[in-house]
Write a protein of this length. Structure first.
Length: 215
């Protein structure tokens, strides 16, 4: 029983024990397409401004759900650092490559909700080169500042080693991954519901989002 290891996890990817939750797709961002990336950032910024300008209790709930994502990341990070550090540091074929560090649209939504500011991503670097956010001591970004796939991309050897060395810690790891996935899915579901609902200004947001999906 292992964590999802695809390099393109979906919103339904929720760890080994979490329930799957199917959401309608967000616009896709291709690696290296910085024009689309910047456009998505501007669009998401505008959507959040319109959401926050509406004095709706659902907006407060959305903020609480975003905080739950960050709290889940912070709780999970020490466990991940403990078991990935010794193994990944000596791996001859690192999994941390540029392709995985490039955020998808959902990542940008979560980053905006958390107020995350990331250093500019250089899309001219080969996608299979070691990630540009990787430093001598590992990733230079806080875990909640990274692409979501960075928290799911584990090789089988790493997981087998961790489970064999410390079954109890591995159980806590699985539970933490499930809580994180549930928190993220809950936030994104609430986000989509908010921007698609109502005849007021959120109706304008809904029409705008529909235009994004049609591109």
């Amino acid at each position: 029983m292992h964590i999802h290891t695809s390099d393109t996890p979906t919103l339904a990817s929720a760890g080994p024990k979490a329930h799957r939750l199917e959401l309608s797709p967000f616009p896709e961002l291709e690696y290296g397409d910085m024009e689309a990336y910047r456009r998505a950032e501007r669009e998401i910024c505008m959507l959040f401004q319109m959401i926050r300008d509406s004095r709706d209790m659902k907006v407060r709930q959305l903020n609480l759900k975003a905080r739950a994502i960050k709290a889940s990341f912070l709780a999970l990070d020490p466990i991940l650092a403990r078991f990935t550090g010794p193994v990944c540091a000596s791996c001859p074929t690192g999994c941390c490559v540029n392709r995985h560090g490039f955020p998808d649209y959902e990542d940008l939504v979560v980053f905006r909700a958390l107020g995350v500011e990331r250093a500019d991503f250089d899309p001219t670097l080969p996608d299979q080169d070691l990630c540009q956010y990787l430093g001598d001591r590992g990733c230079m970004l806080e875990r909640y500042q990274r692409s979501y796939r960075c928290t799911w991309f584990f090789c089988d050897g790493l997981l087998d080693d961790f489970e064999a060395r410390d079954p109890e810690a591995f159980r806590l790891f699985e539970e933490g991954c499930s809580r994180l996935a549930e928190a993220r899915n809950s936030f994104l579901t609430a986000y989509q519901t908010l921007i698609r609902s109502g005849p007021d200004q959120r109706g304008i947001i809904s029409m705008h989002l529909t235009s994004l999906h049609s591109r």
